[in-house]
Ligand binder design. Structure first.
Ligand SMILES: [Mg+2]
Length: 297
């Protein structure tokens, strides 16, 4: 059995169409409920901050427990999240307001705040599936040796509600709240090809920290029944790097926002495949035995 673990946001959905609405909703909540500033002022500051990130994307990262979870330019949602985090961290008055609003954070106040606003607003935003999402999921469900599983950092109920609209909710499992961003300096994760290190230097200016205990465990558990795993996603650092280093094929879908450095890393890896369109997924899975043999040689 092949478990085809497919990321939800941006892979099955047109994340680029939602990101602007998400930013608007998050900024409205911040302006009205947390910072007490006019929405227009905060929006202008957000735009200036985003321009600053886009000029030097490798310098702006989503950091959790002092470790880099993702670079800011990998997806439309991550660019929004990192922009809001930078805006809040760089303004001492905003930072104090967020710390007052989140006095007992799980991570730190800024991360808890952006996580909470992300979950709250993406749960209700209008969502467009990619044109071939339903057909591809249906094909996987039909195939006797393939089982689609939906992967998300969001809570599973949001994804379930949307999948219900495709009429497929009872036929796909959801692997929710996987916390690919949960970083832990003491993660007991080992990667044969990296020796003692848990950091994968993938390109000039980019290295991926693999100390992600929750996601590592989720993949480990998914494979524990002897199934072959494959992960499919539209971004790299969060869902893609760890599988590749665990010997699990990773298929990166090319989107309007995919940066060249991500495409290059996946292209150059033995177990990496680029999908120009989600519709190419079933055919790419047909080539899996060749890929796995070549990697084993
Ligand atoms: Mg995604």
């Amino acid at each position: 059995m092949i478990k085809v673990i497919i990321d939800f946001d941006g892979t099955l959905t047109a994340e680029e169409e939602q990101a602007g609405l998400l930013a608007e909703a998050m900024l409205a909540s911040l302006a009205d409920d947390i910072l007490g500033v006019p929405r227009a002022k905060l929006t202008a500051e957000y735009q200036a901050t985003r321009a600053q990130l886009e000029q030097n994307p490798h310098q702006y990262r989503w950091e959790v427990n002092g470790l880099v979870a993702s670079y800011c330019d990998e997806g439309a949602f991550i660019l929004n999240t990192t922009t809001v985090q930078t805006l809040l961290k760089e303004n001492p008055t905003y930072l104090r307001a967020v710390q007052a609003a989140y006095p007992h954070p799980e991570y730190d106040a800024v991360i808890d705040c952006t996580n909470e606003l992300f979950h709250r607003h993406t749960a209700v935003l209008p969502l467009t599936f990619r044109p071939t999402a339903k057909q591809v999921l249906a094909e996987l469900i039909e195939h006797p040796q393939r089982r689609p599983i939906i992967l998300t950092n969001s809570l599973g109920d949001k994804v379930k509600r949307h999948i219900e609209k495709l009429g497929l909710a009872d036929k796909v499992n959801i692997l929710g709240d996987t916390r690919q961003y949960e970083m832990d300096p003491d993660c007991p994760c080992h990667f044969p090809t990296l020796g003692q290190s848990s950091i994968w230097p993938v390109a000039e200016d980019h290295e991926i920290d693999l100390r992600r205990p929750d996601y590592y465990q989720a993949l480990h558990d998914a494979a524990s029944d002897g199934s072959q795993l494959v992960v499919v996603a539209d971004t790299f650092s969060l869902p893609g790097a760890l599988p590749l280093m665990m010997g699990i094929p990773f298929l990166l879908t090319r989107t309007v926002y995919t940066p060249d450095w991500c495409l290059q890393v996946v292209q150059e890896h033995n177990l990496g495949i680029i999908l120009d369109d989600l519709a190419d997924l079933p055919a790419a899975l047909d080539t899996l035995p060749v890929l796995l043999n070549r990697n084993a040689e």
